[in-house]
Design a protein around this ligand. Structure first.
Ligand SMILES: NC(=O)c1ccc[n+]([C@@H]2O[C@H](COP(=O)([O-])OP(=O)(O)OC[C@H]3O[C@@H](n4cnc5c(N)ncnc54)[C@H](O)[C@@H]3O)[C@@H](O)[C@H]2O)c1
Length: 342
């Protein structure tokens, strides 16, 4: 049995607590939070779980072999590095840390000590995201031309990070997984309305070496809840709508085909002789056996700790997302300049 300690019982922590408490092969050994009221709620629901307000007390607890951090992004590096130095396996909520240098340090610490480091890119454990990945890998969509996503809501407004660092880690991790690589360059424009220096709305563009473009729009100042990604391929187009209850994926047999004037399918070589013909076929709503992504994620972390496996969303995966966000932050400061990613 892996003894798991959760740090942070605010908005998101209770979801981790609930899932680790129910994951086979692990025991919710302890929960730490600075807020005594939140700890009291945890005690009432999980009487067998130790609670404490001091992080070092959690680190000293020998029943805890692995920690899950659900604290604000700015604390991730300090808490994760202390935990790794204390010999604990670590799961960190997104983003892994707030700079590339910090991510590299966490990866080195984990590797040096032979410990598991995993980042909570929840959507990579979502069956709908995986199904679209299968469509892309299997060629169902044809050649991927571009994708765009919107993650919009009214609140929760954060004070510690802007809407991009809060919301876009999900969309960036999805885009990197689907497209299977890193962008060559990134640019971003952000707009600030509620708090000085904290962007509420960000439009982010990722440009991949293949010419594929990914556009990400995030906002916590929007009338409606939208969590939708559209992928346009040469054969088919897919819409992934996380907010939909019964049609999380729609697969459109739609596209624009090039046809030679003589009726044969052509190539770019004889571009001038083409007609562009619209094709509109059926729409498929695939059946998905949905499992709560956090449940899958918690079980995966426990499996990785127990069997010393490398997580799907390991430190390198967390680093790649932060590389994109760090470059995008530089672009925000430079009025939307294109920032190459090395
Ligand atoms: N995966 C997802 O879909 C998802 C969704 C929401 C939030 N998150 C992530 O979860 C993390 C927490 O977000 P939140 O919205 O719950 O924040 P929150 O502010 O609601 O809660 C954070 C909690 O951490 C506690 N805390 C802070 N520093 C601490 C310390 N040193 N020791 C012990 N406790 C400490 C605070 O008292 C608070 O209760 C963030 O990294 C966020 O990005 C992930």
């Amino acid at each position: 049995m892996v003894g798991v300690g959760v740090v942070g019982a605010g908005y998101w922590g209770p979801n981790l607590i609930r899932n680790f408490a129910a994951t086979p092969g692990c025991r919710l050994a302890a929960v730490a939070d600075l807020d005594e009221g939140r700890l009291a709620r945890v005690r009432s629901q999980y009487p067998g779980t130790a609670t404490m307000s001091r992080f070092d007390e959690l680190l000293a607890n020998t029943e805890v072999q692995a920690l899950a951090l659900a604290t604000p992004a700015g604390t991730h590096f300090a808490l994760a590095s202390q935990a790794l130095q204390a010999g604990k396996h670590v799961f960190v909520e997104k983003p892994l840390a707030t700079s590339v240098a910090q991510c590299r340090e966490l990866i080195a610490l984990a590797e040096g000590a032979g410990l598991v480091l995993m980042v909570g890119h929840t959507f990579e454990y979502n069956v709908a995201v995986r199904r679209v990945e299968d469509y892309i890998r299997s060629g169902e969509l044809g050649e991927v031309y571009y994708l765009y996503s919107q993650r919009l809501n009214l609140g929760v407004v954060r004070r510690d990070v802007n809407a991009m660092w809060n919301l876009a880690p999900h969309d960036v991790s999805i885009a990197l997984r689907w497209l299977g690589g890193m962008p060559a360059a990134v640019n971003a424009r952000g707009y600030t309305y509620l708090q000085e220096g904290v962007e509420d709305v960000v439009y982010l563009n990722l440009e991949f070496p293949s010419g594929v473009a990914a556009h990400i729009h995030v906002s916590w100042l929007d009338p409606g809840k939208v969590r939708r990604t559209t992928v346009v391929g040469s054969r088919k187009m897919a819409v992934y709508d996380d907010a939909s209850a019964d049609a999380k994926i729609q697969l459109f047999d739609k596209g624009i085909d090039r046809q030679n004037m003589d009726g044969s399918l052509g190539t770019f070589d004889s571009f001038g002789k083409f007609q562009l013909i619209q094709r509109a076929g059926d729409v498929l709503i695939p059946h998905l056996d949905f499992a709560e992504p956090l449940k899958v994620e918690a079980a995966h972390f426990v499996d990785c700790v127990t069997n010393r496996k490398r997580p799907l969303t390991d430190g390198e995966n967390g680093l790649r997302v932060v590389q994109v966000l760090e470059a995008a932050s530089q672009s925000l400061r430079q009025g939307g300049a294109s920032i190459p990613i090395h």
